[in-house]
Design a binder for this molecule. Structure first.
Ligand code: HH2
Length: 247
């Protein structure tokens, strides 16, 4: 899954793809590099990010989704039902839902749904990092949401531990170390570690543009432990790694 942030403020690529033509070109380039899915987002979810009004988020994502959907499978990365609805109408077929609450919209469109674990909102999540057993609590939450989505009629349900969302670096590592416990649920697992700040923290504060090696090593780790998809900014390098893991 290649990341396409049509935002001015995303943590690693904010502002690069705000122009719709540049965004579409980048999405097509990721597909050509081997991405199976392009994940289009119009609102940053980095810690402390401000909320974007629904009409502005739609204005950012819908034309890009419509232009990409004939060429590659598209997911929409949103927390808002009206944005998910508009993007699915425009040709997206997956709702990538960091709020894990939009399964009814996915069901109404016959679309797939990704349930990601978070607490609170991006504005508040880093104050909510107390867990007794982060892996057990995340698994329990995701399985409960996934079961609700299945019951509502979503046939393709993914789960994602939400690395960096209401998690410390240690929590992220625990979730990666015990990823098999999520894989054992039998829901396909999506993992997004690409360029995240804990990679910087654990490698001597590598800046965001200098985290490719760390991102790749975590993608390989996740795939080897059974992740069915990884959400990444650097598609070409990750596809090469994925082909070797598969071989
Ligand atoms: N991470 C981000 C956004 N969406 N979706 C899923 N399913 N899993 C993730 O780990 C995930 C996600 C954050 O990364 P990014 O999109 O690069 O940044 P921003 O939220 O600042 O736009």
């Amino acid at each position: 899954m290649g990341v396409l942030n049509v935002t001015p403020d995303s943590f690693s690529d904010g502002g690069r793809w705000v122009d719709p033509e540049a965004a579409v070109a980048h999405g097509l380039a990721m597909a050509a590099d081997g991405a199976d899915v392009v994940d289009v987002g119009g609102e940053s979810t980095r810690p402390g990010a401000a909320e974007v009004p629904a009409d502005e988020e739609m204005r950012r994502v819908v034309p890009v989704v419509a232009a990409l959907a004939p060429s590659v499978r598209v997911s929409v990365d949103t927390r808002k039902p009206e944005v998910a609805d508009a993007a699915l109408d425009a040709g997206a077929s997956i709702v990538n839902d960091v709020s894990a609450s939009l399964f009814e919209v996915a069901a109404a469109h016959g679309a797939a749904w990704v349930a990601m674990h978070m607490r609170g909102t991006p504005a508040t999540m880093q104050q909510q990092v107390d867990y007794d057993d982060v892996v057990g609590e995340v698994r329990e939450f995701l399985v409960a949401r996934a079961a609700k989505a299945r019951a509502a009629g979503v046939s393709e349900v993914w789960i994602d531990p939400g690395l960096g969302f209401a998690k410390t670096a240690d929590h992220n590592l625990s979730l990666l170390r015990r990823l098999d416990e999520l894989v054992a649920t039998d829901y396909p697992v999506l993992v997004g570690a690409s360029r995240k700040s804990f990679i910087g923290r654990l490698t001597g504060e590598a800046p965001v543009g200098d985290r490719l090696e760390g991102s790749l090593s975590l993608a390989v780790w996740a795939m080897q432990r059974g992740a069915a998809m990884v959400r990444v900014h650097d598609v070409r390098a990750t596809v090469q790694a994925a082909r070797l893991v598969a071989a």
